[in-house]
Write a protein that binds this ligand. Structure first.
Ligand SMILES: C[S@@+](CC[C@H](N)C(=O)[O-])C[C@H]1O[C@@H](n2cnc3c(N)ncnc32)[C@H](O)[C@@H]1O
Length: 232
């Protein structure tokens, strides 16, 4: 996508001209991604898909605004959570550290290398990143909260069967657990199709909140999200 590439080139340019105390860690994670050590699809279009505000790393998506809009400080307070398709772990790394323990999983090991690098930089002890396929991975314990942010089907075909995906989530979510689901960009996923998925989930979940992103570039803007609670 041309516009995404332009945005990423601009972010790369900003990265080059930014000088602050986090420059070395930004350089380090940029080098990891530059190695291109695997054939996984590049969601960042040459730079990063997610921003990490604490190290001033730019990305196509605005992590800080997403966290605020989704009220993650509230929903994760005192809870364990899983972030599916965590990418470079920007959401778990950037949220208020009021959770008990968090896990981020992504099948692209390069992205997990970046996530671990930033996690270690801030010495975050209650966070773990796993490089594996969410569908196949056997979790040793269940979670109070599951984040499914633009991940119920993926462009790289890592997740193709949304039914299978939500069954897996249901199996690893604690009783009365919270599931937060974000849609894809409306250009790729029609609103009515996303709402159909939500309607199907209503047999297992109550809806606590829903809204849309009223900020950002076309990557964020107009995405829908639902906060749901497992019935039993
Ligand atoms: C559209 S991006 C969304 C990233 C992140 N959830 C967000 O919203 O910022 C999809 C992510 O899912 C990952 N992914 C795709 N299939 C996967 C699978 N089977 N298991 C784990 N991660 C997967 C990709 O590598 C990518 O980082």
């Amino acid at each position: 996508m041309k516009l995404a590439k332009l945005l990423s080139n601009f972010n790369l340019f900003l990265h080059k001209i930014s000088f602050d105390k986090h420059k070395p860690i930004r350089e380090s994670v940029t080098n990891i991604v530059k190695e291109k050590s695997n054939e996984f699809y590049d969601y960042g279009e040459g730079f990063f898909y997610q921003s990490i505000p604490s190290i001033n790393l730019k990305g196509l998506r605005n992590t800080e605004k997403r966290i605020n809009k989704l009220k993650l400080s509230e929903y994760l307070n005192g809870k364990s959570f899983l972030d599916i398709g965590t990418n470079i772990g920007a959401i778990p790394i950037s949220i208020e550290n009021n959770f008990t323990n968090g896990v981020g999983i992504d099948h692209n090991p390069t992205l997990i290398k970046v996530a671990n690098k930033v996690k270690d930089y801030f010495d975050i002890k209650n966070l773990r990143f796993i490089a594996d396929d969410f569908i196949k991975y056997e979790f040793k314990s269940n979670f109070d909260v599951v984040l499914s942010l633009a991940n119920h089907s993926t462009f790289d075909k890592g997740i193709e069967d949304s039914n299978k995906y939500f069954i897996k989530i249901n199996n690893i979510l604690n009783k009365n657990g919270i599931l937060i689901v974000e849609s894809h960009n409306p250009l790729y996923e029609k609103r009515e199709n996303f709402i159909k998925i939500i309607d199907q989930l209503k047999k297992d979940y109550f809806i606590l909140d829903n809204n849309y992103y009223d900020f950002g570039n076309f990557y964020d803007k107009d995405r829908l999200f639902y906060v749901m609670q497992k019935k039993n």
